[in-house]
Structures are given as structure tokens and as C-alpha cells.
Write a protein that binds this ligand. Structure first.
Ligand code: ADP
Length: 470
């Protein structure tokens, strides 16, 4: 039993579906048919029984109506009237008490056995018998014809009833077989129709598995049902995987490309030390300093590359207090850049923004540090926080060297540095604003930049207010 169940479970969905619906439809049909057959049989046999008993009653009444003086001979001459009481198939015989037939109306069936006891005759019962190969109802009853007392026997053949039931059975079997075939074909067709998109999805997934993410899911299915959902989920999963895969590739190519030069520089200086540096303290000192600077740059770059590659998921419950985060970032930078001056103004009622504190601090750090580093004057960073009904605006303005209109569209690109030599001096990697862009996009924060060479740069951030009911 278990092995049959296991084998059934291992069949394709189409087979299971066809089998299950086919069997269900067929069994429902079979049950209805059997109920109908039994009901019809009961109704018909009751009808036959009623007809037989009615004939017996009619014939008895007929005899009683002939009066007390009528003789068997008179009745024998009057058979025509009695024939009208009987149906064509019924036969009535009158026997004397010795069992000798003395009258017969109709002669369709042979006589049945007469009951041997008087009791049976006094309380006549209808019995079902097989007479000479014919299925029939038989009624035996004591009758009085004038002074004569005898036994009346009615034989009511059930040939029409049997023929009808046989016909019904054959028809039902044929129709049942047809229904089985029909239900199986309908179920198979339905299963095929319903499974088609699923089979298509499976084939497409298989193609994607074999050929990789570049292979697009070649399936056109627009219905908004479970398979549609499956397809949407699968597509978004593939997109995420593809993105993660591309990020990984990007990280590998960025890291190998960007780290090659500093490694070569360090390698060059180390061989210099090996060859001459041991004896010449000047060369040793310079080579070590350059190597340390390169290593520190590499460290920053690796951290930033990892930041970009990590791309943690946006936290929908994140919230941050802009003023507090700004304060701690400013304090941190004031230690690093003691020359820099910071001023701050706030307009409106304080409210949190929908961004994680860590991400917000990184954005502020990148923007403010750039304002300090790309600056020929005493750096002055001016921040304005403006709370309104739906948004929080933060403006970060510096008095730095500014960015030309020609460079402005590219500052958010990876590894983009306006002035290579200046960037190198300032220790930049060209990744700070890429990270900023990635973070603001993740938390759906608007960012705009305005700049004028020699005057300064202004970054405007637009956050959505954190809904406290969220
Ligand atoms: P980096 O690590 O080199 O600073 P960023 O992505 O932060 O990289 O910035 C990209 C380039 O944009 C910088 O090299 C710099 O030339 C320019 N830049 C960014 N911010 C400012 C600013 N506040 N003032 C002037 N130039 C800026």
C-alpha cells in the first residue's frame, strides 16, 4: 500500500491531477447512477406487485358479483369478460381443491405449484418464482364461484420488468464507461492546460541555471494567480542574485585594478630598501614613509570598497535624530581637522528621519570632510536643518575650491576625482560620494549639489520624516 502511495507521489503533477479528478468524477457518476438504478428498480417492482394484486382483487370481485347460484360452466362461457380484467401477459387458473385445473383465462405461462397447506391459501401472499425459466409473481387464493370453492392462481410474468432493468444496466455500463473516458480526457486536458505555465517556468529556470543570469526568463505569463506570483518572486530573486553577483564582480575588478598600483609602489620601495636602504638612512626613511602612506591609502580604499560592496538591506524601521548625528560627526571631524570651523542653524520642530544613524553619519562625514579637504582657505562648514510638515532638509555648505560645471555631473561616479594630483594629495579614493549616493538612494533621500569654482559647494539633502506610528 505504502509503495503504491509512494509511486503515485512520484508521478508528474499532470498524472496525479488527471488520476485524482478522473477518479473523483467517475465515482460521483457511479454513485449517482447506482442510486438511480436502485430507486427505479424498487419503483417498477412495486408497480408490478400492485398490478398483480389488483388483478387478483378484480377477478375475485367479478366472481362474487356473479351471485350465489352461478356455476363453473356459466363462468367458462363468460371468459371474454374476465379476459378484459387481465393484462395480456397475466394468466389466471382455477383449480378444484384436488388441484385439478378447471378454468384458465389466458395461457401465457405454465402453472406454478399450488401450496400444500390451507393456511397459505387463506392468507394469500405474493411470491416471486421462476416458472419454466420465466421470472414471475405468483398469487394463490381460495375463491368461491357460486357453491364451488376452489383455488385461484395468478401468474404475473416479470419479463418486461427484467428486460427493462437489463436494458438500464447495459445503458448505464456503456454510459459509465463513456463517462470514465470522458472524465479522464477532460482531466488530462485540464491538467495539461493548468500545468503548461508551470512546465514553462521549470524549463526557463533550467535554461537560466545552465546558461547563467544573462539568460532572461523566456516566459510570457500575465495572469495574476499563484503561478504569476511565483514568476514575480522568481524574477525578483534572480534580479537580486544578479545584482549581488555583479557587485561581487565589480568589487573584485575594482579591488584588483585600484590596489595594483599601491602594491607595486610598496613593492618597489621595499626592493629599494633591500638593495640600498640598509646603508642609506635617507633612502630608508623616504621609502618607509612612502610605503606607509600607500598602505594607509590601501586600507582606506579597502574599507570603502567593502562599504560599497556590502550594500546592507534598507532597514524600514530605522530612524535617526539629524541634530545629534550631525553633532557627533562634527565633533569627530573637529579633532581631525582642528583648523576647520563649523556653524549650524535649525528651523522648525525637531523630528527624526527615516534612515539609520550609521548611514546618516557616513553621509554627513563624507560631505563635510570633502568640504574641509577640498579647501584652500580656513575651512568653514555651515549646516542648516529645516524641518517642515513632510520633510527634513539639510544643507551643507563649504567655502572650498568648488567644482566646475563640467565635472559636477561625474562626482558621484566610482573612482572619479576632479583633479587627480590634488586628490592624491588629499588622500582621496574617489569612492566617498559613490558611497554617499548608494546610501541616499537606499533610504530614498534626495540629494542635490550646487557649486561655484573659487566660492564653495552646497549639498542639499531631502529626508522624509519618520512617521512615529510606523
Ligand atoms: P574622494 O575620496 O576623492 O574625496 P569623492 O567621491 O568624495 O572622492 O569625491 C569625488 C571628487 O569630487 C573629489 O575628488 C573632488 O575633486 C570632488 N569634490 C567632492 N566634494 C567636493 C567639495 N566639497 N568641494 C570641492 N570638490 C569636491
Amino acid at each position: 500500500m505504502n509503495s503504491i502511495k509512494q509511486r503515485m507521489l512520484n508521478q508528474s503533477m499532470k498524472t496525479k491531477w488527471t488520476f485524482a479528478t478522473g477518479i473523483t468524477i467517475f465515482f460521483s457518476f457511479a454513485v449517482i447512477t447506482i442510486i438511480l438504478y436502485v430507486a427505479l428498480q424498487t419503483w417498477l417492482i412495486n408497480n408490478e406487485e400492485k398490478n398483480a394484486l389488483r388483478t387478483v382483487d378484480d377477478v375475485t370481485t367479478f366472481f362474487e358479483m356473479q351471485g350465489a347460484t352461478v356455476t363453473i360452466q356459466q363462468i367458462q362461457h363468460n371468459k371474454g369478460l374476465m379476459k378484459a380484467i387481465l393484462t395480456q401477459e397475466q394468466t389466471v387458473r382455477i383449480f378444484n381443491l384436488d388441484g385439478i385445473e378447471i378454468l384458465r383465462i389466458n395461457d401465457v405461462s405454465v402453472a406454478a405449484n399450488i401450496p400444500s397447506t390451507v393456511d397459505e391459501l387463506l392468507s394469500p401472499q405474493i411470491t416471486e418464482q421462476e416458472i419454466d425459466g420465466t421470472h414471475a409473481f405468483v398469487v394463490n387464493k381460495i375463491v368461491h364461484i357460486g357453491p364451488f370453492q376452489g383455488i385461484m392462481q395468478l401468474v404475473h410474468p416479470l419479463t418486461t420488468f427484467d428486460a427493462m432493468m437489463k436494458y438500464m444496466m447495459t445503458t448505464m455500463l456503456i454510459v459509465g464507461l463513456g463517462a470514465l473516458l470522458f472524465s479522464v480526457s477532460i482531466s488530462y486536458y485540464l491538467a495539461k492546460l493548468l500545468m503548461k505555465p508551470l512546465v514553462g517556468l521549470r524549463d526557463s529556470m533550467e535554461a537560466v541555471r545552465k546558461k547563467g543570469f544573462e539568460e532572461q526568463l523566456n516566459l510570457h505569463y500575465t495572469a495574476d494567480d499563484e503561478i504569476g506570483d511565483l514568476l514575480r518572486i522568481y524574477r525578483s530573486m534572480i534580479n537580486e542574485l544578479e545584482m549581488a553577483f555583479m557587485q561581487q564582480q565589480q568589487f573584485v575588478s575594482d579591488a584588483s585594478h585600484e590596489l595594483r598600483t599601491p602594491i607595486q609602489v610598496v613593492e618597489g620601495h621595499l626592493s629599494l630598501i633591500k638593495r640600498w636602504g640598509k646603508d642609506d638612512p635617507d633612502i630608508l626613511d623616504e621609502a618607509l614613509n612612502t610605503s606607509l602612506a600607500e598602505i594607509s591609502r590601501m586600507k582606506t580604499m579597502i574599507e570603502e570598497l567593502l562599504n560599497l560592496a556590502r550594500r546592507e538591506k534598507m532597514d524600514p524601521h530605522a530612524s535617526a535624530n539629524v541634530e545629534q548625528v550631525l553633532q557627533s560627526v562634527t565633533e569627530e571631524l573637529a579633532v581631525l581637522y582642528p583648523r576647520a570651523r563649523f556653524s549650524q542653524s535649525v528651523v522648525g520642530q525637531q523630528t527624526d528621519v527615516a534612515m539609520s544613524e550609521q548611514a546618516l553619519a557616513q553621509v554627513f562625514r563624507n560631505l563635510i570632510e570633502n568640504g574641509i579637504r577640498y579647501n584652500d582657505e580656513i575651512p568653514h562648514i555651515q549646516t542648516t536643518i529645516h524641518y517642515d510638515e513632510d520633510n527634513v532638509f539639510v544643507q551643507i555648505e563649504d567655502n572650498g575650491i568648488g567644482i566646475s560645471q563640467q565635472n559636477l555631473p561625474h562626482i558621484f561616479d566610482r573612482f572619479y576625482r576632479v583633479d587627480e594630483s590634488r586628490g592624491e594629495i588629499a588622500g582621496g579614493t574617489g569612492l566617498g560620494l559613490s558611497i554617499t549616493k548608494m546610501l541616499v538612494e537606499k533610504y530614498r533621500v534626495g540629494i542635490e549639489v550646487k557649486s561655484q569654482v573659487g566660492v564653495g559647494t552646497l549639498f542639499l539633502l531631502q529626508f522624509s520624516r519618520k512617521n512615529n506610528n510606523f
